[in-house]
Design a protein around this ligand. Structure first.
Ligand code: GDP
Ligand code: ZN
Length: 363
């Protein structure tokens, strides 16, 4: 196999890990490609021959069970080039190092890949009236669950006159997480970010719309990137569709991924991430008298005591509860629906197969 590791691949995060991974799996006559954007069931990928369009093979489609088996932005895949065409076929997704999931829009509870193979997840919040610790807590759950290392980035520091106080407040709600304040407008705080932006690293930005993600991206990229205005593409049927790229090479050698905002960020199967994000509360709860304490009106509840002492912020505790209820609800709903899907599949196929097939739609 002729593996031509050019600069373009490296600019999109190709590194020793992926090289080893790709060679180990002996994908014959295939080349590595990274998904840099997705729209409907088409993907835009980067290969050693440049950017091109891609779709999964029929075999891949047939064998996929869960929606998250399909490629997502950031995935490294093994693709088959088609002779004389600027199109490739995705045959396999390389095992992900990290994966960020959310609940897909729609009534069927299923998980959707927001981003794959993210090393550092920058959770962006602004130091103006939009500053919101509860939102940061929510993103932290998703980050911890994904396997990526979360870092909180507070933007628009030029609009805030008590930056240190805000940083301390976030640190209290984000145990074990680095918190940095920056101002793209005043070119302030860039140096603090360089540890995350090393060559071959994939860094993702996440946060509500308006917190300054585009501005941050342009600032770090040192120029204007094509982010807002879409690139016109011809899709498989020859129609024009507008899409945008979601992976951006940065001058220092890292690649930055842009992820969707918070409004639609519904938690998905993230109980471990939740325990990590609220490790301080979990630690306090270990001292409750009853092991199954619900921290409501039980005797000997250490959590209630911590709130009474002022060592635990009641708003943080409320956030812990709310996210817990949300995850329980989603879990019950998923169990009901997957039972129903399984039954109807058995009826249809006359087998015990619980294979579910999805035709992928973009939202
Ligand atoms: P996005 O929706 O998260 O991508 O946010 P944008 O990058 O579009 O920024 C939203 C608004 O915040 C714009 O009006 C920006 O000019 C402004 N903004 C971004 N960064 C800064 C900053 O460092 N300081 C100030 N004062 N405004 C900023
Ligand atoms: Zn308790």
């Amino acid at each position: 196999m002729n593996l031509n590791e050019n600069e373009q691949m490296q600019a999109f995060g190709w590194n020793e890990h992926w090289k080893t991974r790709f060679l180990a799996d002996e994908y014959k006559e295939m080349i590595p490609a990274r998904v840099i954007a997705q729209f409907a069931n088409q993907y835009r990928v980067i290969t050693q021959h440049g950017e091109c369009m891609a779709a999964v093979s029929g075999k891949f489609q047939f064998e996929a069970i869960r929606r998250s088996d399909f490629p997502g932005v950031g995935d490294w895949t093994a693709v088959q080039p088609l002779a004389g065409e600027k199109r490739v076929v995705i045959q396999a997704v390389l095992p992900r190092t990290t994966v960020m999931l959310r609940k897909a829009a729609g009534s069927i509870p299923e998980e959707q890949v927001i981003g794959a193979n993210i090393d550092t997840l920058l959770i962006v919040n602004a130091l103006n009236e939009d500053f919101n610790i509860r939102k940061i807590e929510r993103y932290l759950i998703v980050a911890w669950e994904s396997g990526a290392v979360p870092v909180v980035l507070l933007t628009k520091a030029d609009l805030c006159d008590d930056v240190a106080v805000k940083i301390a407040a976030v640190e209290a709600a984000a145990p074990g997480v680095f918190v940095h304040a920056v101002s793209a407008l005043q070119d302030m705080g860039r140096d603090a970010l360089s540890p995350y932006l090393q060559p071959g690293c994939t860094v993702a930005l996440t946060g509500s719309s308006g917190v300054g993600k585009s501005t941050l991206l342009n600032w770090l990229a040192g120029g204007d990137l094509q982010r807002v205005q879409g690139i016109r593409e011809d899709d498989a049927r020859g129609r024009h569709t507008t899409t945008h790229r979601e992976l951006f090479p940065l001058p220092g050698g890292a690649v930055m991924m842009d992820t969707p905002g918070m409004r639609e960020l519904q938690l998905w199967d993230a109980e471990e991430g939740r325990q990590e994000a609220f490790a301080d509360i979990e630690a306090v709860a270990a001292a409750c008298r009853f092991r199954d304490c619900r921290h409501e009106a039980e005797d000997g509840c250490a959590v209630k005591q911590a709130i009474a002492d002022g060592t635990l912020d009641p708003r943080r505790f409320a956030s812990y509860r709310k996210t817990g209820r949300e995850l329980e609800y989603m879990n019950r709903k998923e169990q009901t629906v997957s039972k129903r899907l399984k039954k109807s599949a058995e009826k249809r196929l006359g087998t015990n197969s619980d294979r579910r097939k999805y035709s992928q739609m973009d939202e």
